[in-house]
Design a protein around this ligand. Structure first.
Ligand code: BG6
Length: 484
């Protein structure tokens, strides 16, 4: 595979929360990789900003450790890392006070792209936005990047949008959903809109149902306090899974540009039907001999927050009326495996008779691990013995098809941060999209809260509660296997 890295323009990227978990685990290692690849120009600069009283040198030492921890030794180079650290500075800053702002104002350069990454609690977004403006650090063309959670319901998301809108225009606000930066997610758009093969079949006439699974083996661990107030619905479905659903279900945009794509996604969210209580299954993992259960890690020992959710939803438009979309995500499941499966209908007439069995085409878009796309097709089983049918995959595993370099799929954050610098919002959520997503999820959450529904327990290492399987069986369907 030939590397086609195009360097971005020189920039100053200020990371608020520069000493935090996300900065250390994702943002800074991602930036190192872009630097090592030659995409980050020599004039680019990264400024870590946080409350801790550090010098630039001690911050650089922290970044060195973070990059070394995140990137295996064989894939990093000592000299490159030292050169990368040379691009980094630090400023101690008080997001709600005055300390550090004059210093930051003196650090940013007038003639380069300016981006501010708000990797902090959403309660600080307003303070940061205001101070950036008061101190004239925010220029008219600067960009801000905000992390999820973007609110916890429609009302708080609206407040947040209004707060940011007081200081920045929509074109300056980059709301990250890192699932949109995943390589296969972008490939999903290429497969849909760069081939003639799929689009004619991409509708309720030919698609029986769609399954979107994001299964994780990790538990909530040290994030119990945050997670217990969110649950799988707010943490994963409202953003990541809904974004995947939008990309599968949307109409072809007229151009691959930010508003054309986001307009189409918004229409999908607005066409989602309310979900009936019988079509939602929530679960909580139990402890086993070695690992603690959800309630041991949650804030409250009798928590009713879900660590698993499965639901069936419908889209009321001409393309999809009658085709259910099944979403499923959970922690401490059997394997880390994320997949979108488009399950096509049976052939209209079975000419090979009953004994040939039933066979279906399934397009599987595998997000992680082993990124790739597979189309299941039915062929004749080789050899004598009559017309026996067999399902085989037409496989486009990226590692096999594109060579060994493809196994080094860039992390979602790398792509997204470079898009911020390039000023391309296509893979970022617009304010109205986020609000529409909350408008759909709010009544579901309110519904089970009012009813006092308790999540069903499930074993660690399982596929979730039995009730999730029943949700599928009721319609004569079954979940795809969760396999690594
Ligand atoms: C985050 C959620 O947005 O996504 C986490 O808050 C989850 O709970 C994570 O573990 C999953 O991301 P990925 O890229 O590992 O699938």
């Amino acid at each position: 595979m030939v590397s086609r890295v195009i360097p971005v323009d020189p920039f100053d990227l200020v990371i608020f929360g520069g000493t935090g978990d996300l900065a250390q685990k994702k943002i800074l290692p991602g930036l190192y990789r872009r630097f090592a690849d030659g995409q980050m120009p020599a004039e680019a600069r990264i400024i870590g900003a946080a409350r801790s009283d550090l010098t630039s040198d001690s911050y650089r030492a922290m970044v060195r450790d973070a990059v070394s921890e995140a990137i295996p030794e064989g894939r990093r180079n000592g000299d490159t890392l030292t050169a990368f650290l040379g691009r980094i500075e630090y400023v101690t800053i008080d997001a709600t006070g005055t300390a550090g702002w004059t210093e930051l104002a003196a650090m940013v350069r007038p003639d380069v792209v300016r981006a501010f990454y708000f990797s902090v609690a959403p309660s600080l977004f307003g303070d940061l936005a205001k101070r950036l403006n008061d101190h004239r650090i925010a220029s008219r063309h600067c960009r801000i990047v905000v992390e999820k959670p973007f609110g916890r319901d429609l009302a708080s998301a609206r407040d947040l949008n209004a707060t940011l809108a007081r200081h920045f225009s929509e074109e300056q606000i980059y709301r990250i959903d890192h699932y949109l930066g995943k390589e296969t997610v972008q490939n999903l758009m290429a497969v849909r809109f760069a081939n003639v093969l799929f689009e004619p079949l991409w509708n309720a006439q030919y698609v029986d149902h769609v399954q979107i699974t994001v299964a994780e083996t990790v538990g909530v661990g040290g994030r119990g306090a945050y997670y217990d107030k969110s649950g799988a619905m707010r943490d994963m479905v409202q953003n990541h899974l809904m974004q995947l659903l939008c990309l599968i279900a949307m109409e072809p945009p007229s151009r691959f540009d930010p508003d054309a794509v986001r307009d189409e996604k918004l229409k999908v969210i607005r066409a989602l039907d309310p979900v009936e209580p019988k079509d939602i299954v929530r679960g909580q993992y139990l402890a086993n001999d070695t690992l603690s259960g959800y309630r041991d890690e949650a804030e409250s020992p009798d928590s009713r927050t879900e660590s698993f959710i499965a639901l069936k939803c419908g889209i009321s438009n001409w393309r999809w009326a009658g085709t259910p979309f099944y979403l499923r995500t959970g922690k401490r499941l059997k394997a880390r495996a994320s997949e979108i499966a488009v399950v096509f209908k049976d052939a209209p007439h079975a000419i090979f008779g009953q004994s040939a069995g039933t066979h279906r085409n399934i397009l599987s878009i595998r997000l992680q691990p082993n990124e790739g796309i597979t189309l299941g097709v039915t062929i004749k089983e080789p050899g004598p013995g009559g017309m026996r049918l067999l399902d085989v995959p037409l496989d486009m595993s990226f590692a096999d098809a594109l060579g060994p370099e493809a196994s080094e799929v860039p992390d979602a954050y790398e792509r997204l941060i470079m898009d911020v610098i390039r000023g391309n919002q296509t893979l970022f959520m617009r304010g109205d999209e986020v609000e529409a997503a909350w408008a759909w999820t709010d009544p579901l959450i309110e519904g089970w809260t009012e009813r006092g529904d308790a999540p069903a327990p499930y074993e660690i290492g399982s596929t979730g509660p039995e009730e999730a399987a029943i949700l599928m069986h009721r319609a004569g369907r079954k979940w795809r296997e969760i396999r690594p």
